[in-house]
Write a protein that binds this ligand. Structure first.
Ligand code: FVT
Ligand code: MG
Length: 333
């Protein structure tokens, strides 16, 4: 798109349209609504709620409270909830053996939430890291994250989640080829309607820190390496095009960029390139930064949250996965 020629000042004064609230609303290009939000939620295996220290305002919810939260989401007009598990450290192992347990906290939460509020979409993370004692997202052998054996495990987990009633499966592992294999497995098991939102461009980011605290995932310490052999290099943009092209070709219904705010350029590029429903994940570190600065009185909390969410919409997001979702939906409602 090219900008039409503008009459020079003083005929053109761009401030004219900014002079009052009514005119600012009239020319506004982007709006933010509760229906733009996916609530990012952590569930745990026990009873009651447990605050997450590094994410003020976020609590790990019991299955019972997650069901209540689903009703709240429905009442607030939030279309979907993404759930992530906190698993007791004693139950984790190197293989993430209980990731596909049909009696695990995730399938129990999915069932309880769908029973309580069937109108709300439930999205599950297809990922091993909440279940592994080393904290990697895959099967590790000799210090290497094995691609194809990891996919086999993810398929078991994804089918279990679909069986439990999950509407959207969201693989967040960044193994090559997992979208195609998962799609084939879903078709083969009669889950034609199960949607896949691919964490297609997921970066090896420092902004996931508080999430690992929230789900009780091991900090990758000395000797365990990092996630750079599977998550993307923050310096790359062209590579995101290739990642997303493959995931669409393999059958993803929706794609995601993660983290969010530092990657708005990637989001915009992907929307322009592929015209797919494209989502941004405003991750735990982005949440924590706003909360911490606001608690110190350094920024205005309400304005900063709404500005950050609006920025995703302006950049082209069809929706935003965010820990701020319930707060924002209440504010906007
Ligand atoms: N697979 C889900 C996440 O890794 C969430 C990251 C975050 O909120 O920092
Ligand atoms: Mg990929």
């Amino acid at each position: 798109m090219t900008t039409p020629p503008l009459a020079p000042y003083p005929a053109t004064r761009l401030r004219r349209l900014r002079q009052a609230d009514w005119t600012r609303r009239l020319v506004r290009e982007t709006t933010l609504e509760p229906s733009d939000l996916i609530w990012s939620m952590v569930v745990h295996e026990g009873e009651g709620t447990i605050p997450v220290a590094s994410m003020p305002g976020v609590e790990r919810l019991s299955v019972k409270d997650a069901a209540k939260a689903a009703v709240r989401a429905r009442d607030l007009g939030i279309p979907a909830i993404a759930i992530f598990p906190h698993i007791d450290g004693a139950r984790k192992d190197a293989a993430g053996s209980i990731a596909a347990d049909p009696d695990g906290v995730i399938p129990r939460a999915v069932k309880a939430m769908k029973d309580a509020a069937p109108e709300v979409g439930i999205m599950c993370d297809v990922a091993l890291d909440p279940f592994t004692d080393h904290g990697h997202d895959g099967v590790v052998e000799g210090g290497k994250i094995l691609n194809d054996p990891t996919i086999e495990r993810l398929i078991e987990q994804g089918l279990m989640q679909a069986q439990a009633g999950a509407d959207i499966l969201a693989p967040s592992d960044m193994m090559d080829g997992r979208i195609g294999k998962l799609r084939a497995a879903l078709e083969g098991a009669n889950f034609q309607d199960t949607m896949i939102m691919s964490y297609a461009a997921k970066y090896a980011s420092a902004f996931y820190g508080p999430y690992r605290d929230a789900i009780g995932s091991a900090k990758l310490s000395a000797g365990q390496g990092d996630k750079k052999t599977y998550q993307m290099d923050p310096a790359n943009s062209e590579e995101a095009i290739r990642e997303v092209a493959l995931d669409i070709a393999e059958g993803a219904d929706m794609i995601m960029v993660k983290p969010g705010m530092p990657y708005l350029d990637i989001l915009r590029r992907l929307v322009d390139e592929f015209r797919m429903p494209t989502y941004a994940f405003q991750v735990s570190g982005e949440y924590a930064m706003i909360k911490a600065a606001a608690q110190n009185g350094w920024i205005d909390h309400d304005r900063a949250v709404l500005e950050s969410l609006t920025a995703f919409k302006r950049a082209g997001a069809a929706g935003i996965i965010s820990y701020f979702a319930p707060w924002a939906a209440e504010k906007l409602g």
